[in-house]
Write a protein that binds this ligand. Structure first.
Ligand code: UT7
Length: 335
């Protein structure tokens, strides 16, 4: 019987401070009406405490996960963290989380695929489990987008929020867990979505700070067009090649960048709104954290054997879709 990798628990964390549309409209020339109509976000969480960053939220999510699954931190073999906002260029957020959460027997690393970071990391964890080499793997998606958001730019500042989610992956011989995936990349997307400075091309300098190059730069409409078609293309393809119709799917779990992109993807899959995990209104786009935060929030509605399709689109461009069969009856939900 084939060895598969199954998600056996979900943890999450969002910081308590809320930045809502009313507050944003006092910071830039925007309105609750425009943001709700064009994006679908009401509020987002911001990590405000000095001295705390992405690894703090990732550690909180991992501790929540370990508690819910009754797992001792030293049982974990490997931790991979999707993020574009590491506490610092090195060491990796994964290394800081392993230390802070007491994962003394684990190794790990970060993976940079922006909004597809969690899906790419999940694929990595899946293959490590399927190889038989590792038994308990944690996959984290964590981003502190407020640290790279320009709160003077009305075209981007309403979009982003901070948060972290984590899942436990374990081997199973049952027909549950990750069944299939399609992951793709097109690096020519760099011109439309990037952070220009702080890397080896434009190391930090007075000039890069003056030019505001340490913030997200996005050509919104160009990204919107590609996101709508690519997320739907791979999601429809994964349904087809696994003989799934919309009736077979319990939930679509999409990256939360824009409600209009989510709705367009669901339409192409012929999936109804009640079959889509959506929490963009409360958290905005938390980049690598959106998908695990959806699973965290909707876990209590999931039953063993439910078919889920996860899908994302982000900087790179990176995009993909994953089909999985949920492996347990979710009881606790988020805590
Ligand atoms: O997660 C990674 C991938 N990222 C995405 O998937 C994001 C994809 N892009 C988007 O979600 C949308 O393009 C945005 C939400 C970023 C922008 O929405 P849009 O409907 O594409 O707006 P637009 O850029 O075409 O701008 C339309 C108008 C412009 O005014 P004019 O030129 O028509 O007079 C903008 O200046 O809306 C204006 N505008 C705003 N007005 C009020 C732009 N931002 C705002 C704002 N408040 N915050």
């Amino acid at each position: 019987m084939k060895l598969r990798a199954a998600i056996t628990g979900v943890g999450g964390y969002v910081p308590p401070d809320i930045l809502d549309n009313e507050q944003l409209s006092r910071m830039v020339d925007t309105s609750d009406e425009w943001i709700m109509q064009r994006i679908g976000i009401k509020e987002r969480r911001i990590l405000k405490e000095k001295g705390k960053a992405t690894s703090y939220m990732g550690t909180k999510a991992v501790k929540d996960l370990l508690k819910k699954t009754h797992t001792h931190p030293e049982e974990i073999d490997f931790l991979v963290c999707g993020t574009v906002t590491p506490d610092m260029p090195f060491p990796a957020v994964a290394h800081l989380i392993c230390d802070k959460a007491g994962l003394h027997n684990a190794f790990g690393y970060d993976l940079n695929a922006a909004c597809s970071g969690f899906l790419y990391a999940l694929e990595t964890g899946r293959r490590f489990i399927e190889s038989g080499a590792y038994k308990k793997v944690i996959v984290v998606g964590a981003d502190m987008m407020s640290s790279i958001t320009n709160y003077e730019d009305r075209t981007s500042c309403p979009l982003f929020g901070d948060g972290a989610g984590a899942v436990l992956l374990e081997p199973t011989h049952e027909i549950t867990g990750i069944m299939d995936s399609i992951l793709q990349v097109d690096g020519s997307g760099v011109k439309n979505l990037h952070m220009a400075a702080g890397g080896s091309l434009n190391p930090a300098s007075h000039e890069t700070v003056d030019k505001k190059q340490h913030f997200v730069y996005q050509e919104g409409q160009a990204v919107f067009k590609v996101a709508v078609s690519k997320m739907a293309d791979v999601s429809v393809e994964i349904m087809k090649r696994n003989n799934l119709t919309h009736e077979d799917i319990k939930f679509l779990v999409p990256h939360q960048a824009n409600l209009r992109i989510i709705e367009a993807t669901a339409r192409r899959m012929e999936i109804g709104r009640e079959q889509v995990m959506i929490n963009i209104e409360k958290y905005g786009n938390t980049t690598a954290a959106t998908i695990p935060l959806c699973l965290w929030e909707f876990e209590h509605l999931l039953r063993k054997g439910d078919n889920l399709v996860l899908t994302s689109f982000g900087a790179g461009f990176t995009w993909g879709s994953m089909y999985l069969k949920w492996a347990y009856d979710g009881k606790s939900g988020k805590q």
